[in-house]
Design a protein around this ligand. Structure first.
Ligand SMILES: Nc1ncnc2c1ncn2[C@@H]1O[C@H](COP(=O)(O)OP(=O)(O)OP(=O)(O)O)[C@@H](O)[C@H]1O
Length: 300
């Protein structure tokens, strides 16, 4: 079995107007592979061709040039879509159905048996955290809840490959953390995930490899850690050091010819602080923090 779930070769897409005249070259000779079991991030500014790429993968658009193979089949072979899950940027869900009815509807589209539909819907509704809201119509859902039911819908057929267009857009930090955990869990289950996003911190947190597109062309591709690590610098992290210890360390480093650029306390992220504050507030409802005080990881 090939190691690549997606093989894109010299793919170009030109959108044409009503008269067949070329309007926009959305993709220009794109070549890349996505390997089985990885989380792959497709990045790029607005209009760089990310959604076009996803649509070409699903066979919803025809390429102007080039080839796409996905799960070993040509992209235009619609049968392969039974093994793919897709979360579009805007969920096209029926506003008057509730969560159970929505998944029932999509389960039927995939010709799942009644028992299978029930079991899978129940599992997915719990997994995406909508158990309490499963009987409410989707028109009453918040943005975050809509994204969650969108993900459940994308997973109804237990797909091998999951395509996610902006999975964390519109989510608050807690919802974002849950969504990222759900994406990581998909990888643990052996699924391959391709996601497009503008939220670079989210991409950095979950993706193994990324590609950056610019005006339809591939500019950068590689392993996230490798792309971000700077090999001409070394970072040491220790428990707190005394002034004297810092002086000694500096002396030692100088002896080895090192240019000490920065010695400071590491900072965490705003996401960490936000999540710890919410966890602490839930655990101890009356607790208030003084100006400048913050919840420690132990208290959260
Ligand atoms: N149906 C269409 N007809 C004509 N041009 C289109 C069509 N769909 C997309 N385009 C154009 O193709 C280019 C790539 O669009 P695409 O939606 O793939 O970009 P994107 O990277 O997903 O953007 P965003 O980040 O805004 O979602 C843009 O210039 C866009 O205007």
């Amino acid at each position: 079995m090939s190691d690549s779930v997606i093989e894109i070769r010299n793919l170009s897409k030109v959108y044409r107007d009503f008269w067949g005249r070329s309007k926009v070259k959305a993709l220009n000779s794109l070549s890349l592979d996505v390997k089985r079991g990885e989380i792959f991030g497709l990045l790029g500014p607005n209009g760089s061709g990310k959604t076009t790429t996803l649509k070409l993968l699903l066979g919803l658009l025809f390429p102007s040039e080039g080839q796409v193979r996905i799960l070993g089949q040509p992209a235009h072979d619609v049968e392969k879509n039974e093994r793919i899950g897709y979360l579009p940027e805007e969920s096209y869900l029926y506003r008057f159905l509730n969560a159970d009815e929505t998944l029932e509807f999509y389960g039927r589209l995939f010709k799942m048996s009644k028992a299978e539909r029930r079991k899978r819907s129940d599992e997915l509704i719990k997994r995406v955290g909508l158990d309490q809201a499963r009987r409410r119509q989707l028109k009453e859902y918040s943005k975050g809840m809509t994204r969650r039911i969108g993900l459940a819908q994308a997973l109804i057929n237990d797909p091998e490959l999951v395509l996610l267009d902006e999975p964390t857009s519109g989510l608050d930090p807690l919802g974002t953390r849950d969504m990222k955990d759900m994406i990581l869990k998909l990888r643990d289950e052996g699924k391959t995930v391709v996601m497009c996003s503008h939220l670079l911190a989210d991409v950095q947190d979950v993706c193994d490899r990324i590609a950056i597109l610019f005006r339809g062309e591939l500019k950068v591709i590689g392993n996230v850690q490798e792309l971000l690590s700077s090999n001409d610098e070394t970072q040491l992290l220790t428990s707190t050091l005394s002034e004297e210890a810092i002086r000694d360390v500096k002396e030692t480093l100088k002896k080895h010819g090192a240019d000490v650029k920065n010695i400071s306390h590491p900072t965490s992220t705003l996401e960490d602080l936000f999540l710890r504050t919410v966890a602490e507030s839930e655990a101890r409802p009356g607790r208030r923090f003084e100006p400048g005080e913050r919840p420690t990881s132990e208290s959260a």
